[in-house]
Write a protein that binds this ligand. Structure first.
Ligand code: 5AD
Ligand code: SF4
Length: 412
């Protein structure tokens, strides 16, 4: 009987991709996947620690598994990823029923860790992953920045780029299996460099793989969006016109204290250059960084007005042990709540405004369902006629209703 594994992933798309990779190693050792915890023989928890809340959710799930394990002590629990890296072996002391702890930096050794545990069978053939229309491809891991609020560099380590040839082979395999849209992943994805292959070169090469219709990537760092980058990608329609570009704050003073490596003006310049080339921009914003004053916060609000984001994900600052900012005096929870509230109010209309801006444009829509697909800029479109999922259809956008566009099909 194969071992049935239940996978619970917290955090970002990198973690989603890492969970897939870990599952392939488990499946090579005779495991299969289940989405029912009560049927499972093993649980893989892939964790996040970027904010305290994310870590807390993973730990409380682990706590709840105590009863599950007591029902059958042969059951296996694997705790992996960023929180596992941060908390390390103290976890096994607190949760003695935990079988394997495998930190984010150890992902390359995950197969070895499984074999050493003696809990899984010998290595055979991995399940062939069926990616569907979308597939992730991890191109780099880690981060060489040292943003003062961020725990990622300490739990993921410095940058490691995968060889371009391996990435292209991975994409080819996924495209052959039916993937049309590839999402390239990395903590600072556009810092990618392999010998003389730059990030822009890699994007262009991935877009040339037969079957690939669209290439996305996340998350980039603003400083790598140079005029050279734009020149290298601007004529390639397969490179999606949407970039998730975290700004974190609209105050140059706070950005300096965060050690982000750019000012408000530089960020806006990059955003406007991307927008001039047809890119829509979404972002992340942190409110209540320790040194953020009311005027700094107002700068963030005014940046939102100037940047014309299509979406903004807003977070209350969460101190992370070991980071520079964790030593600084915190704002009260009340200040954090108040600023978050004001900002959320400001950003809630962004998506609808962005959808409304699309009316009258012609968009290439990658169909996900017979009547529904997504534009290169990442907007949902409803088509009157039906098309097979995976096809790309040229549509004239006639109207917007909330966060849905309605289209007429363009005939050439
Ligand atoms: N507190 C709050 N938000 C954080 N982020 C990263 N570190 C912290 C922190 N300590 C946010 C940033 C980042 C997103 C993934 O999480 O906005 O872009
Ligand atoms: Fe964290 Fe900054 Fe690196 Fe992003 S660039 S992972 S925020 S240290």
């Amino acid at each position: 009987m194969p071992i049935k594994v239940f996978i619970q992933t917290y955090g970002c798309q990198m973690n989603e991709a890492d969970s897939e990779e870990m599952f392939l190693h488990l499946s090579a050792r005779g495991a299969m996947r289940t989405d029912k915890l009560e049927d499972a023989d093993a649980v893989l928890i892939n964790t996040c620690t970027v904010r305290d809340h994310a870590e807390h959710r993973a730990i409380s799930f682990l706590g709840r598994l105590c009863k599950w394990k007591r029902q059958n002590p042969k059951r296996i629990i694997i705790f992996a990823g960023c929180a596992a890296e941060r908390l390390g072996n103290q976890l096994k002391k607190r949760y003695p029923y935990l079988n394997i702890v495998s930190g984010a930096k150890e992902i390359e050794n995950f197969p070895l860790t499984l074999d050493k545990s003696g809990l899984f069978g010998p290595v055979g053939k991995a399940a062939t992953a069926k990616p569907g229309l979308f597939a992730y491809a991890t191109i780099m891991r880690g981060c060489n920045f040292n943003c003062t609020y961020c725990i990622v560099p300490s739990v993921r380590g410095p940058i490691k780029c995968l060889p371009a040839a391996d990435i292209l082979a991975d994409v080819q395999r996924k495209a052959q299996a039916g993937a049309k849209e590839i999402m390239l992943l990395g903590q600072t994805v556009n810092a990618y460099q392999d010998g003389n292959v730059s990030f822009a070169d890699l994007l262009n090469r991935v877009s040339e793989v037969p079957g690939v219709e669209r290439v996305r990537f996340t998350s980039p760092h603003p400083i790598y969006f140079t005029p050279q980058f734009l020149a290298a990608v601007k004529d390639n329609p397969k490179i999606a016109r949407h970039v998730h570009l975290p700004v974190q704050s609209g105050s140059s003073k706070v950005l300096g204290e965060m050690k982000r490596g750019y000012t408000r003006e530089i960020f806006l310049e990059k955003v406007h250059a991307l927008q001039a080339n047809g890119f829509e921009i979404s972002t992340d914003i942190i409110v209540g960084f320790p040194t953020e004053t009311e005027p700094d916060f107002e700068q963030t609000l005014s940046l939102v007005d100037q940047a014309r984001f299509m979406a903004a994900y807003c977070f209350k600052y969460s101190p992370r042990q070991g980071t520079v900012a964790a030593q600084m005096q915190l704002h009260s929870e009340e200040t954090l709540e108040k600023r978050l509230d004001i900002l959320l109010n400001k950003v809630k209309g962004l998506a609808e405004a962005a959808y409304a801006r699309q009316v009258g444009t012609v968009q290439q829509v990658l169909m996900e369902e017979p009547h529904k697909g997504k534009t290169s800029t990442n907007f949902w479109v409803q088509t009157g006629l039906a098309f097979s999922p995976g096809s790309v259809v040229s549509c004239k956008i006639e109207r917007a209703e909330g966060t849905l566009l309605f289209a007429r099909i363009e005939h050439d």
